[in-house]
Ligand binder design. Structure first.
Ligand code: SAM
Length: 288
């Protein structure tokens, strides 16, 4: 089991080979939980200024201060690009944050949720209720297991599939491979959309190119959307999207006023803006 962090003098340091020569640190007040599941080390901290923080194998998965940016964008960009998402699959995301956002959509009738590590769900329910409230909706069917295995054999079942995976250096590794994306495509209904955790355009160029290549090969439309998240490495993370029909880079339907009022990051404007990438990233993705 890997552990990509150190603690010294009240500071948590995240040091990971996926962002070499760089470390991110946050001041912590105490360790609220520390344990090991079959798959990974799970820790929850009370930070000094960023609320509670969940780490897996020492890598920051979320802090309460900015988790809304990631959860809202990974959920609402594909869900608003789709004209009528009724059947949704969420893979990973054991904290519950993506489910919380998906269930804000009244048109969603049914959500399959597949997380490999039951312990992440349990720990999140105990320590992160503002995210784990996502599990409370009766439309959700919880499956415990590997997302890749879950998708195999599913045919034309989902309007939108969201993959909220940890990085490709643990159990999430399989979710960054082409056969998994082939499975996702087969599991989508005609006109379906897939959205996956796409890493950082600054720090993970090889992964970004790898995922963009796969989605370009398999899908009719493909896009990369960039999100600002201060407590992720480099302060940013992206969504890799593939579509079997709808445009990705603008909402395909109107956001109800009462839903917009609940959100802090997503809006129709930021949906469109998130696909406008810095020149180097635009070129990097055009050239593949
Ligand atoms: N975007 C967040 C990040 O990387 O910081 C991800 C947060 S979410 C907690 C990631 C979840 O993916 C974890 O709960 C982990 O257990 C789950 N996961 C990893 N590999 C998986 C797999 N093969 N199948 C299903 N879930 C998986």
């Amino acid at each position: 089991m890997k552990n990509h962090h150190q603690i010294k003098d009240g500071w948590f340091f995240e040091i990971c080979p996926m962002w070499p020569g760089m470390g991110f640190s946050l001041q912590i007040e105490k360790v609220l939980y520390s344990g090991e599941s079959r798959f990974q080390k799970i820790d929850v901290y009370q930070t000094r200024h960023h609320g509670k923080m969940l780490t897996l194998d020492g890598i920051i998965q979320l802090t309460e201060s900015d988790e809304f940016a990631y959860q809202e964008m990974l959920a609402h960009v594909p869900l608003f690009a789709h004209p009528n998402p009724e059947n949704v699959l969420v893979i990973g995301g054991g904290d519950g944050g993506i489910l919380r956002e998906v269930c804000r959509h009244d048109c969603v009738k049914d959500v399959d949720f597949c997380e490999i590590d039951e312990e992440v769900i349990r720990v999140s329910r105990q320590f992160l209720p503002t995210l784990a409230c996502g599990f409370d909706d009766s439309r959700i069917n919880i499956h415990i297991g590997d997302g890749n295995a879950f998708v195999l054999g599913k045919k034309k079942q989902y309007d939108v599939i969201i993959v909220d995976s940890s990085d490709p250096i643990g159990p999430g590794d399989v979710l960054f491979k082409k056969p998994f994306y082939e499975g996702l495509k087969a599991a989508l209904k005609p006109g379906g959309i897939v959205a996956t955790q796409g890493e950082s355009i600054f720090l993970h160029k090889e992964w970004v190119i790898h995922l963009a290549k796969i989605t370009k090969e398999l899908f009719i439309k493909q896009g990369y959307s960039c999100i600002m998240v201060p407590t992720y490495p480099g302060g940013n993370i992206s969504i890799c999207l593939g579509s079997l029909g709808p445009e990705l880079n603008k909402p395909g339907r109107q956001i109800p006023d009462q839903l917009q009022e609940q959100l802090r990051y997503y809006s129709p404007e930021i949906h469109e803006a998130s696909f406008i990438l810095p020149h180097f990233a635009k070129k990097m993705l055009e050239d593949i």
